[in-house]
Design a protein around this ligand. Structure first.
Ligand code: AMP
Ligand code: MG
Length: 391
């Protein structure tokens, strides 16, 4: 597997990428002592003997707003009105909350002792300068964006997004939006896998539909191999007379890593590499394409994106229906995982054949039934894989 490469990108382009650097605090957090409340900043020591009979008295000298640079130091018996987030002036060490303050004739009257540090966010209390806040390999979610922005970062090092090309093959394919002559079907795979890539925030380099003609496939494969990290072909990898994908790849001296997996759907799945480019040949039936994408291509892409957990989340869940097993192949079933009574449950959808995707609308996971003679009875546990929109 080629290892992920790092590059510096603008923060807004980094969402759901993976950090390729450890991020340390470039300054203490907070960077200066500041007020946690709207109120009055003063010296706590001067309230030591304050009581309602003899309140401590402070002359209110002005207002320090959030954003003001620290002005002159606070002198004895002085206070400033101060706002949340505003710099605590030198000499000030406590803030009396607005709600507790009594001001009379320009004087603040404090009726009980205030402990030093009250309502003050101390410089460095959250993190010392140089302490590590984020680690290489972390997913950049909106919370991470917030951290990076709070450190003043405009760019961040992430693992470079893989360049992915998509080629669908089949004489029968018609583009959605056009009329559908007899004998043709709409090309659903290109849109489906294109969308799956975009959902990973990967914009495919190219999406093309090709006829079942060796010369055309060979040419398109050559171009895609040159510019892509991952090439995904759909259709034409089976044993049919017009299945030219493997031949086209062998003409480009791609090295076959495997062909055929004992699974259903997606048995003729093909995997090869040419230099650094990974090549997936997905059997063209749409359910095979969908399953093989999420079980094989998705983890490879995530690994290239730097994710430490490349595979779909999986859990062993009670099944809502009995599931028949195949004696020789691992079965993947379109499934719906639901949460009821605090427990995730695995439901299986209808219309499971490999050419059918009309029940995929309700799918948020796969059920995986290993080869056996027995199958899985209702209520027993089955391995469930969570599609990315479930979690
Ligand atoms: P193949 O893998 O080329 O033998 O195709 C297997 C089945 O999938 C055939 O019924 C094809 O018509 C269908 N198929 C292939 N490519 C697509 C596609 N892009 N969109 C929808 N169905 C497809
Ligand atoms: Mg075909």
């Amino acid at each position: 597997m080629p290892s992920p490469e790092a590059e510096a990108v603008l923060l807004k382009e980094a969402l759901f990428g993976v950090l390729a650097e450890d991020v340390k605090a470039p300054f203490p957090l907070p960077v200066y002592d500041n007020s946690a409340m709207d109120g009055f900043v003063l010296r706590a020591g001067q309230t030591e003997r304050a009581s309602s009979q003899s309140p401590a008295r402070f002359a209110v000298r002005g207002t320090i707003q959030a954003g003001d640079a620290p002005g002159r130091a606070l002198l004895k018996n002085e206070a400033y009105r101060i706002m949340t987030g505003a710099c605590v002036p030198q000499g000030g060490d406590a803030v009396l909350a607005q709600e507790e303050a009594r001001v009379k004739d320009g004087f603040l009257l404090v009726e009980k002792p205030l402990a030093k540090g009250t309502n003050v966010r101390r410089k460095g209390e959250e993190a010392e300068k140089g302490s590590q806040l984020l680690s290489k390999g972390a997913q950049i979610h909106p919370g991470v964006m917030g951290i990076l922005a709070s450190l003043g970062r405009e760019r961040v090092k992430v693992y470079r997004k893989p360049r992915v090309s998509l080629l669908a093959t089949g004489n029968e394919l018609a583009a959605p939006g056009r009329p559908l002559p007899l004998g043709k079907i709409y090309d659903s795979n290109s849109s489906m896998v294109g969308a799956a890539l975009r959902a990973m925030r990967l914009e495919p380099l190219c999406v093309r539909t090709l006829p079942d003609r060796l010369s055309a496939i060979e040419k398109a494969v050559g171009e895609a191999l040159r510019k892509s990290d991952v090439l995904v072909l759909m259709g034409g990898v089976s044993v049919g007379e017009y299945d030219y994908v493997k031949e086209a790849l062998s003409r480009h001296k791609a090295q076959t890593l495997f062909w055929k997996v004992s699974q259903k759907p997606g048995k003729p799945l093909y995997f090869a590499r040419k230099g650094r480019t990974l090549v997936f040949g997905l059997p063209g039936n749409p359910w095979s394409v969908f399953m093989c994408f999420y079980e094989y291509v998705y983890p490879a892409l995530r690994r290239l994106m730097g994710y430490g957990r490349p595979y779909l989340f999986s859990a062993s869940l009670p099944t809502e229906a009995s599931l028949k097993a195949d004696s020789g192949k691992t079965l993947f079933l379109k499934g719906r995982i639901s949460l009821r009574g605090g427990q995730f449950r695995a439901g299986v959808l209808t219309r499971q054949s490999s050419h059918m995707i009309s029940s995929l609308g309700g799918a948020n996971g796969f059920m995986v039934v290993p080869p056996s003679s027995k199958g899985v009875r209702r209520g027993e546990k089955v391995e469930a894989h969570f599609l990315p929109w479930l979690v």
